[in-house]
Design a protein around this ligand. Structure first.
Ligand SMILES: NC(=O)c1ccc[n+]([C@@H]2O[C@H](COP(=O)([O-])OP(=O)(O)OC[C@H]3O[C@@H](n4cnc5c(N)ncnc54)[C@H](OP(=O)(O)O)[C@@H]3O)[C@@H](O)[C@H]2O)c1
Length: 382
């Protein structure tokens, strides 16, 4: 039996749909938050519908076994099905950029509760933990980052989320050395190479905003590491299944070969006929004048002074701190295992723009909760 956490999320939904397609969904036990099995299946089906259609999703959600509950409840869970688990895919996390407390409760305490229960799983062969490549902290500029243990807790991080993910990896390594742990660290997972943003428009709104404003705190020679969710989830299946992996830590990333230079980013949006301001203006992230330039461009392009646009501007500045690093994550280890190479951003930008074809502000709503925006107040401009 394979225990999957995070099946109601973006990456976990894609991962589970892969299992449905490859005929292994019945081997899965999904941990889902909800009061009972029926409610959990309904929540799962509603997420899977974004990765397929409502009918397929309902059928898919009925194939697996369900364990209602949250990560924190696992340490003491007496459910006997957990004793039969041979593989764990731990995708669940609090990915909020604004939370200071719950990221620690869920990403660290929740992961350790799962690990404590895993210790008692006699048949466990692999514990695939999903980290994040950005657990490296706020990295030096223009770098290809290589897999390495997470940096010490005091390292600078842009958001508490990445610090908590680094802490979770450290706690797993030091507290549970006997577990058959493999860590997969995705870079920036955006869109789906065929379904576009139907599964989620998380982060994609920001890339559109970059093109729409045309001002960014990066180097003209810089780059960014973007991978689509279907390629990422397929690599997680590879990492779960391959018995003789050479390493216990992998970036699941675009790497050198498929990183997106800002020149390629700009050209790809131009080719799709997106409403952008080009050529882009680049400024130094430490230059306050540059940020003034960004604010002016933002006001120009998002003219309404409402709560949604104000929150989106806060979100954009936070994401810009990530892009300003101009970094990508080396994926030599992953490719050396013989796994499929990632596609280029330009190859899946078209589907992302076409589906569902909504405005930048509407797409931002997917992430707005992460910046403490009250969605009940949202009046989305058409
Ligand atoms: N998306 C990216 O760009 C990216 C990049 C690098 C790494 N990652 C990593 O990939 C993983 C998935 O990210 P995502 O973007 O798919 O996130 P997501 O869409 O926000 O999904 C998070 C999932 O975790 C579940 N979850 C949260 N707290 C839980 C708890 N206490 N107990 C049980 N389940 C809980 C959520 O369940 P509910 O539905 O009940 O809330 C949901 O299924 C995370 O580990 C993240 O750190 C993501």
């Amino acid at each position: 039996m394979i225990l999957l956490t995070g099946g109601t999320g973006f990456l976990g939904g894609s991962f589970y749909m892969d299992a449905v397609r490859n005929g292994t969904a019945e081997d899965y036990l999904l941990l889902v938050r909800g009061p009972n099995e029926a409610a959990c299946r309904a929540r799962l089906a509603s997420n899977l519908a974004r990765h397929s259609d409502p009918e397929t999703a309902k059928a898919a959600a009925s194939l697996c076994a369900i364990l209602p509950g949250d990560l924190q409840s696992l340490a003491t869970s007496p459910d006997p099905r957990l004793d039969a688990v041979s593989h764990i895919v731990h995708i669940a996390a609090d990915t909020s950029f604004d939370s200071r407390h719950s990221v620690w409760q869920i990403n660290v305490d929740g992961t350790l509760a799962l690990a404590a229960r895993a210790r008692r799983m006699k048949h466990l062969k692999r514990f695939l933990h999903i980290g994040t490549a950005f657990c490296c902290g706020e990295a030096p500029h223009l770098e290809m980052v290589h897999e390495a243990p997470p940096p010490p807790t005091g390292t600078a991080h842009i958001v508490e989320y990445t610090r908590s993910k680094a802490a979770a990896e450290m706690a797993l390594a030091s507290g549970f050395p006997e577990l058959p742990l493999v860590v997969a660290r995705p870079s920036i997972v955006v869109g789906h190479s065929k379904l576009g943003c139907q599964p989620s428009s998380s982060i994609f709104w920001f890339f559109r905003l970059v093109d729409h404003t045309g001002v960014l705190p990066c180097s003209p020679n810089g780059f960014i590491d973007i991978v689509p969710v279907d390629w990422t989830s397929a690599r997680l299946h590879d990492l779960l299944r391959k018995p003789d992996l050479k390493h216990s830590l992998y970036h699941v990333s675009a790497g050198w070969g498929s990183r997106t230079t800002w020149a390629a980013f700009e050209a790809a949006f131009a080719q799709q006929g997106h409403d952008g301001v080009r050529p882009y203006t680049f400024f130094d992230r430490d230059d306050p004048q540059g940020w003034r330039l960004f604010s002016a461009a933002y006001r120009d392009r998002f003219t309404k002074r409402d709560a949604l646009n104000r929150t989106m501007s806060v979100g954009a500045r936070k994401y810009h701190r990530f892009t300003a690093q101009d970094i990508a994550f080396d994926n030599t280890r992953l490719l050396a295992e013989g796994f499929e190479a990632p596609p280029l951003f330009a190859d899946f930008l078209g589907p992302c723009l076409a589906n569902p074809g909504t405005s930048i502000s509407e797409q931002f709503l997917e992430d707005a909760g992460s910046f403490e925006f009250d969605e009940s107040l949202a009046k989305v401009p058409a």
